[in-house]
Write a protein that binds this ligand. Structure first.
Ligand code: PGA
Length: 262
């Protein structure tokens, strides 16, 4: 974890928790952190509920002054018009979303999202003041053929085409073979690729952006392994799937500093 970068622990709920379940979950997470006297300023917490939950969660965060950032799991490349089923970044901005996940491997795989689509979505997010959480990662096959870094590096280079040097972005290294598999990368593997991704940010956007941008690791993160990742200099947080759906477990991940002395 870099000294000047605020760690970000992000919970990607994927297609889980309806808007009623979301209320119960967010309240429980908040109480759990409060009971544990978690220091709010030490880590940024973000939740990424399904679209249909966003308004409800926004209202709850606002009413109860819960210091979690809100994010969406995807957005349209377009801003408005005849695009049935698509969600505009303008609408997400109106819901106080700070982040939007772009290029998650499940979108790339099940919705055939190409690097061009990902790049267009990054532009759409930035047009509306949303910070894209740009996901990159290699499959098991890529890993065997090209090593760990080649595919994520190429994906990030494509995603950053045309992005301004002062853009607010987050990068998430998510090896596809580690997602939902229970088999996380090792901290060293994560560090090696995250360091290369930071170099890509540096080449595309400059040294300031490289120093400022948070690079997350994602893929089977849990409370038992988060500390190892957070000790690495180029890993600034985690994008958490399955373990972000269990309030006690997600709270323990957020509190990684307590149980390890990072
Ligand atoms: P996982 O998912 O934590 O369940 O492996 C991570 C992700 O897909 O972002």
């Amino acid at each position: 974890m870099g000294v000047n970068r605020l760690p970000l622990i992000a919970g990607n709920w994927k297609m889980n928790l309806d808007h009623l379940q979301a209320v119960a979950f967010v309240q429980k997470l908040h109480w759990t952190l409060k009971d544990a006297k978690h220091e709010e300023d030490s880590v940024e917490v973000a939740v990424f509920p399904p679209f249909t939950d966003l308004r409800t969660v926004q209202t709850l965060l606002d009413a109860d002054k819960i210091p979690f950032a809100l994010g969406a799991q995807d957005l349209s490349t377009k801003d408005s018009g005849a695009y049935t089923g698509e969600i505009s970044g303008a609408f997400l901005a109106q819901l106080d979303c700070r982040y939007v996940i772009i290029g998650h491997s499940e979108r790339r795989e099940y919705h055939a999202e190409t690097d061009e689509v990902v790049a267009a979505k990054v532009q759409a997010a930035l047009r509306h003041g949303l910070a894209p959480v740009i996901c990159v990662g290699e499959t098991a096959e890529d890993l065997e053929k090209h090593g760990a870094a080649a595919v994520p590096v190429a994906q990030l280079e494509a995603a950053l085409a045309g992005v301004a040097a002062d853009a607010d972005i987050v990068v998430a290294y998510e090896p596809v073979w580690a997602i939902g598999s229970g088999q996380a990368a090792t901290p060293q593997q994560a560090q090696d690729v995250c360091a290369k991704l930071r170099e890509v940010v540096g080449s595309a956007l400059g040294a300031d952006a490289a120093a400022r941008t948070r690079v997350l690791y994602g893929g089977s993160v849990k409370s038992a392994n988060i500390a190892g990742f957070m000790r690495e200099p180029d890993v600034d947080g985690a994008l958490v799937g399955g373990a972000s759906l269990v309030a006690d477990e997600f709270a323990a991940i957020i509190r990684y500093q307590k149980h390890v002395g990072v």
